[in-house]
Design a protein. Sequence first.
Length: 318
Amino acid sequence: MRLFLLCISFLFLVSCTKNVDLSFPDVQSEIVVDGRIEMGQPPLIFLTRTQSFNAPLNASALAGIFVHDAIVTVSNGTDTIQLQELCAATLEGEELILAAELLGVTPEDLLEIEYCVYTDLTLSMIGEEGVYYFLDIITAEAQVLRAETLIPQSIPLDSLWFEFWAASDSLGFLHAELSDPASTRNAYRWWAQRTNKYSGTQEQKDFGFIAPIGSVFEDSFFDGLTFEFIYNRGSIANSNKLDDTNEEAGFFKLNDTVTVKFAATTLAVENYISISDDQFVSTGSPFAIPTNLPSNVQGGKGLWAGYAPLFFEVICVP
């Protein structure tokens, strides 16, 4: 009898199986701004177009999403400059290496995807603390986009150190202490770069600064307090490096030399990055709630961010 019931159940399940073809409609392409200006640095603006869900995902397709020949200007309220479009294919030698370090990718990735960026090659617009910066973009199709951001006052870490994780005698996290200024809303972002080389090679561990998931936070729960916090090691998305795929993933290692880039930023930047991280973590989850990223760009999507970074170095010894 039990076998009979199992057979009937199996037939019922088989008879109810149906192949479902999901078709996602194409939507109108929009301009996306990924821009920043940091204290002591010129502005960097990536202009891309949104892709259809059905579009191919490869290096050639990614190279095709960059928006070319736009008129991009940045103003500090007194001076206005027009940015120049700079593409990886036009760079070689030391220029290519410097551009890759600035963007936090390898020269090989820079060339493969054919990155293009708008920036100030004359260095006549350098980010300063306490200054608002206004971004204006006119595309070749006469689409107009505008945004503004602030580089706030920089806020230093009180201290920075390395501690082993649990019972490990070689892997751990970076700890920091911060005294948050009272009576003002503050937001922060954290990046780190391992500048030492892999043992027995001339390859530097990290090519640029990497922000881990959860790299931003704001002070609504600790306004005016001095507190300790901890960060793991981030990695480039889809990295296949050995220490990003084995037991060292997410950890700093004994004797690593690490430069931390710790920046004050705005609440708008914190909100955007925080929600973006949440979406990245929940990708593929059937329980994730679809959310549009908040944008401070009028006429398009994306983020125009201001940062006031300070740099700290720590050697990973207990």
